[in-house]
Design a protein around this ligand. Structure first.
Ligand code: WT7
Length: 651
């Protein structure tokens, strides 16, 4: 941490109160109600969470103790027994929801399936028996490397049913990444598929697993779902077909009665450096957080059709495609493929056809769609939408307004939800029926979340000043440790400032009390003694009519310490030129001040991104500083992007 705090420069005056029709139906329908509950949860967290655990979840045995907090280790609802799969499935079978659509799935080629709660329960029980038949039991780790098909959710729920610990590896990752995760988690079994569809091509999932197997000594069995029909070699004694195995087992499988703190899943997340960390989430606290936020923030109602576009390989897919929605008995849409296949109208077509009412996606997708122009969404009837959400990175006001106007028809509140793989569920987010939303702000902390913004000495900074975002109290959905490396858990999250959870993000709170996330503190640039958030400079650039997307990084500067370097993608009809470059520099100065004038502006065709859509600024820093890139690039989505950027050096 540097000794300065972060200078925040963005100003935003627009504010949108919750629509009254929305407010009337919402669980939390006013700011007074929000304030009352937030204060109650902050002051009496154990009472608050005990009440929520009673109403949100079904228990086989009630807990003895709500919270056992031995900094930095939390145990929630100790002595309690429950099962996540029971809460997502069985309890709905006792109600009219048994024949309600649980999953509406669409494959990239256009094939469709609908699974009711009854169907899903049936499949999950069989899959659980299939795992048991292979000797998988409580506590065993299972790697899941699949396309976005219902069997992915079925596999997760089957693990949860028998107490096995799933580790979903995103289908875009390489065999190296699979092998690393297998080894670190000591997985005994992998569930995969013969392939998955992405932009009209087959992703060779089984081939990647085969390549990983040489370096995965703990894995005994590979179960392969037939998805594409592509021929794949099957190794006798090791590889089994999903359909063959499922046909041999019964559809009766009691959900195991598991301890509240029984491990539910591992999910590996890569920091900017170092090897991926296996984030551990456990049963009761995680499920409660995912369930309650789905109710209160996503506002899921029985007549909603809800679609979160995240891949289930990310935490967003775990909490808000699978567990949160299903625990609430909601209808969740899953789509296998790319948003631009066969064209940029795909998302809007899916919304129109399924009458999606609640839609949750990422800023990178919103900006990409905005860049393609409003003509695609305009071709579709999007009036079924009533609530829009955003997650994954700061959403710049420009993209926020496009989302609101063009997708939401000016009618739908936007929830900009800040959280992390580590937090398990949403942490700072508007409650759409209670509070006014402001473009670019994640607004307020969720119940039981007590954030603070501190400087390098650990002191809280006054409102209006930027600093490091921390969380002061434990919450049910928090990670429990890093798998196999509790020391790293302590140093990474609990040692930067004593006694508080360190998020690694910068933030500021405005005079009204709203939080503004400034991005990762690794991305803060120190220009002449001012610590600027790259995200704010990027946002200023994107507010120029010619710019679709921007990435800003720092590079050493003789006088200023660091100088700002911008990489921009232009909107459709605009072409790079020297005058546009100067205009963009001036625009940043007008928006922010002379201090933020970029040293250079480069026009790019694409930006280096991770597969989850985050800009890999580390690689751009190397280019800006004229260095070769060192370090890990395995999470890069498209390797050609870097070469093109380097080749464009002089544009
Ligand atoms: C990091 C966590 C949360 C699930 C998906 C990403 C950034 C996330 C926001 C937001 C500003 C955001 C933060 C955070 N981030 N949501 N609404 N506004 N920044 O999970 O891969 O663990 O990444 O994503 O920097 O720390 P993740």
């Amino acid at each position: 941490m540097s000794s300065n705090d972060i200078t925040s420069v963005l100003k935003e005056d627009r504010s949108f109160p919750p629509p009254s029709a929305f407010q009337q139906r919402a669980l939390i329908g006013s700011m007074e109600e929000y304030d009352r509950l937030w204060t109650y949860a902050a002051e009496q967290p154990e009472r608050f969470w005990a009440e929520q655990a009673t109403t949100c979840l079904n228990w086989f045995k009630r807990w003895d103790r709500v919270l056992d907090w031995q900094l930095p280790h939390a145990k929630w609802f100790t002595g309690g027994k429950l099962n996540v799969s029971y809460n997502c499935l069985d309890r709905h079978l006792l109600t009219w929801r048994r024949n309600k659509a649980a999953i509406i799935w669409e494959g990239e080629p256009g094939d469709r399936r609908v699974l009711t709660y009854n169907d899903l329960h049936h499949e999950v029980c069989r899959a659980a028996n299939m795992l048991k038949k292979q000797g998988i039991g409580s506590g065993d780790r299972v790697t899941i490397y699949m396309p976005l098909v219902p069997e992915l959710a079925i596999s997760m729920l089957a693990c949860a049913r028998i107490g096995a610990v799933h580790n979903v590896v995103f289908g875009g990752f390489s065999s190296e990444a699979i092998a690393d995760r297998n080894r670190d988690s000591q997985a005994r079994l992998i569930i995969t598929a013969d392939g998955g569809w992405r932009r009209g091509a087959i992703v060779p999932l089984k081939a990647n697993v085969d390549a990983a197997m040489a370096k995965s000594p703990s894995v005994e069995r590979v179960i392969v779902l037939k998805r594409t029909g592509w021929e794949v070699p099957m190794q006798a004694g090791r590889d089994l077909w999903w359909h063959d195995e499922m046909a041999t087992v019964s559809a009766n499988c009691q959900a195991e009665e598991l301890d509240s703190e029984h491990p539910l899943f591992l999910l590996y997340t890569s920091g900017s450096t170092g090897k991926p960390k296996g984030i551990l989430h456990t049963t009761a606290g995680y499920l409660l957080h995912a369930t309650l936020t789905s109710q209160v923030v996503l506002d899921l109602k029985d007549d909603d059709t809800y679609w979160c576009t995240a891949d289930v390989g990310w935490i967003t897919g775990h909490s808000y495609v699978v567990y949160g929605p299903l625990a609430n008995g909601a209808t969740t849409v899953m789509y296998e493929g790319a948003p631009n296949f066969p064209d940029w109208g795909r998302l809007w077509e899916i919304i129109e056809r399924n009458k999606v009412s609640v839609f949750y996606t990422a800023p990178t997708a919103i900006r990409a769609c905005a860049r393609e122009g409003s003509k695609w969404p305009k071709q579709r009837d999007l009036t079924s939408l009533r609530l829009l959400g955003s997650v994954g990175e700061p959403i710049n006001p420009e993209a926020w307004m496009w989302y609101r106007d063009t997708i939401g028809g000016g009618r739908c509140p936007i929830i900009d939800t800040w959280w992390q793989t580590e937090t398990g569920g949403m942490m700072i987010t508007p409650l759409p029926g209670a509070m006014a939303t402001v473009p670019g702000s994640a607004t307020r902390p969720f119940f039981g979340v007590v954030p603070d913004i501190i400087d390098a000495s650990g002191n809280s900074v006054p409102r209006g000043k930027g600093g490091f975002l921390v969380i002061r109290q434990p919450w049910p959905g928090m990670l429990r440790t890093i798998w196999g490396d509790d020391e790293r858990y302590k140093t990474q999250y609990w040692s930067q400032a004593p006694g508080v959870y360190f998020t690694g993000d910068g933030a500021r709170q405005d005079a009204a009390g709203n939080y503004w996330i400034l991005g990762r503190i690794d991305d803060v640039i120190n220009v002449a003694g001012h610590r600027l958030s790259t995200m704010e400079v990027e946002s200023a650039l994107v507010s120029h009519p010619s710019v679709a997307e921007a990435a800003v990084v720092g590079a050493p500067h003789e006088l200023k310490g660091e100088g700002l370097h911008a990489f921009v993608l232009l909107e459709g009809s605009h072409r790079p030129s020297d005058s546009l470059m100067r205009d963009l520099m001036d625009h940043v100065v007008r928006q922010i001040g002379a201090l933020a004038r970029p040293e250079s502006v480069r026009f790019a065709q694409a930006l280096p991104k991770t597969r989850s859509g985050k800009i890999m600024r580390r690689l751009l820093r190397d280019i800006a500083a004229g260095r070769a890139s060192v370090g890990d690039t395995t999470s890069l989505e498209d390797f050609s992007v870097l070469a093109t950027l380097r080749a464009n050096e002089d544009v």
